[in-house]
Ligand binder design. Structure first.
Ligand SMILES: [Zn+2]
Length: 193
């Protein structure tokens, strides 16, 4: 088993070849991987074209939205929630990092409003909340708050996988369970060409 009981940047370096291998196995290996700096904020970057296979993380943002096909968006998580927001017709996709702080700042709400400004209303969106830490393993139920944000913005198609990262050491990294020295899961979203 890969030892990732180290700090963030070392753990990310050790995991990178495995993440690339998995993307290749999913036939996503030829697409550039666009990632975010992830500062526990609520800024969302729009991605248009990408000219490097692994461009540096977009500074200062926790979300990425794109209408470009053949670009993979990536968000790293270990307890914070990865949240996918996708237009039903597949024309626009966004991937967000929404932990306690980002959820408080309303990053999911902001993303939904961004879709509206691009012409896709909440009735034409799907929202998916991935594995994240939840009560009783964590005192704040931010997944519930994300669900509320989506509902309040008018999205009816909201799916929460309901899985707690800290409850499944065999499957997920958990920042809190491993006291900060852990790996990161890579959540991805690609609008296929
Ligand atoms: Zn748990």
């Amino acid at each position: 088993m890969l030892d990732v009981s180290v700090g963030r940047s070392e753990a990310m370096d050790r995991l990178a070849p495995y993440h690339r291998l998995i993307l290749a196995e999913q036939n996503l290996g030829d697409y550039p991987l666009v990632t975010a700096e992830q500062v526990h904020g609520s800024e969302i970057a729009s991605v248009f074209s990408v000219d490097a296979p692994f461009p540096p993380p977009i500074p200062g943002v926790d979300g990425i939205i794109t209408q470009s096909r053949g670009v993979t968006l990536g968000i790293y998580v270990a307890d914070c929630a990865p949240v996918w927001v996708v237009a039903r017709d597949g024309s626009i996709g966004a991937l967000l990092h929404s932990g306690k702080k980002g959820t408080e700042l309303g990053i999911v709400r902001k993303a939904i409003q961004k879709f509206s400004s691009l012409g896709v209303g909440p009735e034409n969106l799907m929202v998916l909340i991935g594995a994240c830490i939840r009560p009783p393993c964590y005192e704040v139920d931010f997944a519930a708050d994300i669900l509320n944000q989506a509902h309040e913005e008018g999205v009816t198609s909201v799916h929460d996988c309901g899985i707690c990262t800290a409850c499944h050491p065999d499957r997920y990294y958990s920042y809190r369970r491993e006291k900060g020295l852990t790996g990161r899961m890579l959540a991805t979203l690609t609008l296929l060409p």
